[in-house]
Design a protein around this ligand. Sequence first.
Ligand code: ATP
Length: 192
Amino acid sequence: MIKIGITGGIGSGKSTVAKLLNVLNYPVYSSDSRARVLLKENKQIHEAIREAFGDCVFDVSGNPSRALLADLVFNDENLLNKLNTIIHPAVRNDFNEWIKTQNSTLVFKEAAIIFEHGLEKELDAVWVVDAPVQLRVDRVIKRSGLTAQQVHERMNNQLDAELLRQKANLIINNDDEHALIPQVINAVNSIL
Ligand code: ATP
C-alpha cells in the first residue's frame, strides 16, 4: 500500500484536493475531522484533557469544548503543545488502525501538520498544496468570516510556504493559473 500525505498551509486547498481524490475513488483519511471525532468520543482523551486543563474546558454535555480549548491554547505555545501531545498520538494511532481497514493500493492522509512532527517518515511521499498568500487569505475570509489579520496570525503559526515547497515530493499549485483537476490526476498517475 502506498501512503501519500497531503499538506499545506491554511486555505491552500488541502481539503479541496482531498475531495477530488475521494471523487477519484481513493480513500482519504482526514486528520482534522478524525481529531474532532476523537475529541468528542474518545474517553481516554477526555481524561487526559481533564487532567491537563481541568473541568473548565468541558461543555454542559460533558465533552471537551473545541471553542474553549482553542481560546485557551491560542497564543500560548506551552498549552498548545500540551494539547497536541494528547491529540496527535491519538490521531496517529487512529490513522494506523484506519490503514488496516483499507484495501486500496493507494491511500491518502490529509493533515495540516506532517513535517512539523516527522510524520513524513511514516508516509511514502508528501504532496504540498500551495497558493499565493493573498488568495489563501481571501478564500479563508470568504469561507470562515475570519478577518485578514486572524488569517495571517494563523499563517504565522504554520511552517513557511517556501519551506513546505522545499520539503514536498510534489507541489500542487492551487492558484488561479493552474487547473487543479489535471494536476491531481497527473500526480496520481505519476505514482501508479
Ligand atoms: P484549512 O487549512 O483552513 O482547512 P485547506 O487547505 O483545507 O484549508 P480548503 O478548505 O480546501 O483549504 O480551501 C479553502 C477555501 O478555498 C474553501 O472554501 C475552498 O472551497 C476554496 N478553494 C480551494 N481551492 C479553490 C479553487 N481552486 N478555486 C476556488 N476556491 C477554492
